[in-house]
Design a protein around this ligand. Sequence first.
Ligand SMILES: [Fe+2]
Length: 295
Amino acid sequence: MNHVPNSLDPVVIASPSTRQSLTGPVPTSGPVGVAGVRGGGTLRGDGYARLPGASLGVDAKWAAGELTQFAQAYEGLPRDPYAPHANRYRRYSHAVYLPWKDELSFIPGVPDAEYGSTSAYWQDEHNREFPRIRRRLPDLPTALHSNQLLNAIIRADLAEALWLPQLHTAPVYIGIHMVRLAVRDQAQVAMSSPNCLHQDGGSPALCTFAHLIGRRNIHGGENIIATADSAGRQPGELSPSAIHARFVLSEPLDGYGVHDQRVAHYVAPVRLADAADTGHRDILLLGIAPFIPGM
Ligand SMILES: [Fe+2]
């Protein structure tokens, strides 16, 4: 997965030890700074972890206020330029993190007449719907670069991934993806891409994280984490033993993380709930991988 200008204010984050396994209890321990975080937890041990919102290590009332602002940005997401009929809306930007300086900075996109700027999104051959196609997606608005909740989530996910030694000796690339699946009538289906169990590809050190921003008036959207060799299959084709976990992100900021090469992941399409006019599922996806120089 290919995976955003400004030095950002420090925010508190959760240590991996405060994050929870898929079946673990709600965390109660306090936040720590990124520089003091040690690796561990089920992401390290099992290749996947359920990450409840409470594990972000931020004050719940503060987070609710920041979430309102961040969620507003999903109302104006542009349609996916590569799938205009998929009922999918998205923005995507890159950031870089220097672990030896504890410094996070958004990477400017390429100027674009329609979207202001775009960033390249690359999933090599791992997305069978767009094999070896370098998609250019509309960037996050620069006003979001300083959103403190976004920064808290990025730093919490960095803390979760930094057990990987490859992330200590290279700039860390961060792909920041805002995706809305939206439906407006009972006949519509909105789906993620690819619509099957898959891995995101790219670096063997890639960790992908998903955080629910909002969910309203929909059915579906179930997540499945399964064995790596489940990639390319539909959930109905899997034996029960291949499935590590299945769950629905229902509460704002509820999330999960995967060490991409060790597991496959999936989200089911969403449909409009009965008697509703419109519905949507808003998600924040972060891809974290070491930057590999091409020289
Ligand atoms: Fe994915």
